[in-house]
Design a binder for this molecule. Structure first.
Ligand SMILES: *[C@@H]1O[C@H](CO)[C@@H](O)[C@H](O)[C@H]1NC(C)=O
Ligand SMILES: *[C@@H]1O[C@H](CO)[C@@H](O)[C@H](O)[C@H]1NC(C)=O
Length: 659
């Protein structure tokens, strides 16, 4: 509508008069401002709780955290007739709505401080995403209805305006709005206080147009209430044409004798794409404990799949946080990405642990060469239980920078916690990993700290030895007709590459024994080296064990004499290689090479090979195989397929498989 010059001038003077009037009311007659209580103006610039007689007017929040009132302020500003009934919150603690509302836009997180007895309110305006999703709504039959109404548009009556907004609401295709939050900082215990955890924050979401100020004092029927779960909250609702109001409230109070600080800091975001901050405390942790010794641990993520932004799987998508099991500093933030980042022992910003304690890398492991992200932790304490939490790291996502946070799910995803532990000190077993040749070998091996300065040197010893034996085998393999046409090859189904791979898998597993400390009494373990002294110089071997097994070579030595000669470990127990690794060689290599395997129950089978225990959800490594970890690998060959083919060919072969 065009205004004539006269109308414009009138409009300008009316506006100016209004401003003058507003200033007058503000400065001299605050009692008139009470009229705002009765106004129907939406909760934006009007302060519904503002009472006459106050020296200073409450301010509108700008998102930086100051949009708050103390409990006393809230109390003093509540209208005298207002008698709230809210079970959890004492009337003396919580008053009415906050003084300002922070506007959130799609996938743009806000950080704010919240004190006990205060709340911060947010609004997600439907119009901020009105354009979004219209592609879907173009053929919406409701559009016809809106055209009909447009024709009738003429007056500017408020009734008509309401109708128009109603049409608008119906017009926009239904979207889901996700509201999510993460507690980054919470009240800190006073020293030695172990009984009280900091209370959690609470999210109030108004699902009703009549409640634009959700919170502890609002009508319970017109809002949803969600208490944060270990520092995280996720909520979703249907986004129609109405704005969605929500509030994060601190607890009514935080006991000052139990907590040295009381302020919370929280990240909040709204999104129509997906939850910006997410956690899953119930499903797979997506990180597996591969193995530990007394001071180091290797963890590996689940299988990684190529993505559009990282087709070659080169960039680590995850970060990991580690803390001591039961660490009370973690109570209350275990599902919060920024909370974990703040408080974790390893990976946390407050920690004084050296940054190189955790090394991460992308690696292809397992028989199917699956890409995983690995985390190698060193410098851990012995005999300690730890908790690891994998999280997707938005800043590390391929092609992204920290500043570029406003993407769907940019706040990160926190997976379920997974426990692991380090072994006792002074043992015989050392974790080796990331070897050059035996690239699947990542577990504890018999070691000796007097002979090998560290696990890297020890790993190299074993790896070089395995490589040496493999080179001998490779020479022998050249005698076999590998590249011959299939008619003259030794097998139609298998070729020399299969043979090489099977041999390598087997060789790395048998020549690098998987070690468990002697004190481990699991039934599937094979005692080795029982005649040697324990490395701690104190423990004595049980005389009954010497009496029973002291004369059997399988117990008094290691699998390979060279281990006893050059490593000279203390007594240890071996997780025997899985039997199918042996059968695989027999099946894959030319029979002229003379490979054979012992049969279960025959020869030396029981002291040479183990069998996988696939029953009853067993997560123990009952036999050693490439890529094995403290979990059941989905990539395992099916054992039953081997039955019926165990026919050892004894032709006096080059290499003995029964070691
Ligand atoms: C919305 O939240 C409910 C729990 O309140 C959950 O079961 C559901 O999966 C969520 N929906 C989406 C699309 O995230
Ligand atoms: C090891 O123990 C000491 C003493 O209890 C502790 O201060 C340190 O944080 C621990 N380190 C790790 C990595 O657990």
């Amino acid at each position: 509508m065009q205004l004539s010059p006269l109308q414009s001038r009138l409009a300008a003077s009316v506006v100016a008069s209004c401003i003058v009037l507003a200033i007058y009311l503000f400065l001299f007659s605050p009692q008139f401002a009470f009229a705002a209580e009765l106004s129907t103006t939406p909760f934006s610039s009007v302060l519904p709780g503002w009472m006459p007689g106050l020296d200073e007017a409450p301010t509108i929040g700008d998102g930086s955290g100051e949009a708050k009132m103390t409990a006393e302020e809230i109390e003093s500003r509540a209208p005298p007739t207002y008698e709230p009934e809210f079970g959890l919150f004492d009337r003396t603690v919580m008053g009415r709505a906050p003084s300002g509302v922070i506007t959130l836009t799609n996938n743009a997180p806000k950080n704010t401080n919240i004190d006990p007895g205060t709340l911060t309110s947010f609004v997600f305006e439907a119009k901020s995403v009105a354009g979004r999703g219209d592609e879907l709504g173009n053929n919406n039959p409701l559009e016809l209805r809106s055209d009909v109404h447009k024709g009738a548009q003429g007056s500017t009556g408020s009734e008509n305006a309401d109708e128009n907004s109603e049409i608008k609401r119906r017009q926009s295709p239904t979207k889901t709005l996700w509201i999510s939050g993460n507690t980054c900082i919470q009240p800190e215990r006073v020293p030695d206080q172990t009984t009280l955890d900091p209370p959690q924050l609470t999210l109030y979401v108004s699902t009703s147009k009549d409640n634009t100020t959700p919170g502890p004092m609002a009508d319970k029927k017109k809002q949803d209430v969600l208490v944060f779960n270990e520092g995280a909250v996720m909520y979703n609702t249907t986004l129609g044409g109405d704005d969605v109001y929500f509030t994060i409230a601190g607890p009514p109070k935080v006991a000052s004798d139990a907590f040295a600080t009381t302020t919370y800091n929280v990240n909040v975001a709204a999104s129509i794409d997906k939850s910006y901050f997410s956690y899953d405390a119930d499903s797979e942790p997506n990180v597996f404990w591969v193995d530990s010794d007394s001071g180091a641990t290797l963890m590996a993520s689940g299988e990684l799949k190529p993505t559009e932004s990282d087709p070659a799987l080169e960039k680590p998508p995850y970060t990991m946080f580690v803390f001591k099991e039961g660490d009370m500093a973690m109570n209350g933030v275990r599902n919060s990405y920024c909370g974990l980042k703040e408080y974790s022992l390893i990976g946390g910003t407050r920690s004084r642990m050296p940054a190189d304690m955790m090394i991460t890398r992308m690696a292809k492991r397992g028989t199917e060469s699956i890409t995983k992200q690995e985390f190698f932790l060193s410098g851990l304490n012995s005999s300690t239980h730890y908790t690891a939490v994998l999280a997707s790291d938005p800043s590390a996502a391929p092609g992204r920078k920290r500043a570029d946070d406003n993407v769907p799910g940019g706040g990160g995803f926190v997976f379920r916690q997974t426990p692991f532990q380090t072994s006792e000190p002074g043992g015989s077993c050392y974790l080796i990993q990331n070897l050059a040749f035996c690239d699947q070998t990542q577990y504890r091996v018999p070691g000796n700290k007097d002979k090998f300065a560290n696990a890297t040197v020890l790993g190299k010893f074993y790896d070089d030895y395995a490589k040496e034996m493999y080179d001998n085998f490779d020479k022998a393999l050249q005698q076999v007709q590998c590249d011959a046409p299939s008619t003259s090859r030794y097998s139609l189904a298998r070729n020399c590459n299969d043979c090489k791979e099977a041999y390598k898998n087997w060789l790395c597993t048998v020549s690098i024994p998987r070690c468990e400390e002697f004190s481990n009494n699991a039934t599937w373990l094979q005692m080795r080296n029982i005649g040697a002294p324990f490395p701690d110089g104190q423990t004595a071997m049980d005389p009954n064990i010497i009496a029973t097994f002291g004369k059997q070579k399988a117990y008094t030595g290691s699998r390979l004499p060279r281990i006893d000669e050059e490593v000279a470990p203390g007594p240890y127990k071996e997780v025997l290689p899985c039997d199918y690794l042996c059968y695989d060689i027999v099946q894959s290599c030319a029979s002229s090479m003379g490979f054979s395997c012992p049969l279960p129950g025959k020869l030396n089978f029981n002291v040479s090979y183990g069998q996988r225990n696939e029953t009853s959800g067993n997560t123990e490594v009952t036999c050693n195989y490439p890529g094995s970890a403290h979990y059941k690998s989905g990539a395992a060959p099916v054992l039953s397929s081997w039955s019926g083919m165990l026919l050892p060919v004894l032709l006096g072969g080059i290499l003995r498989l029964v070691l």
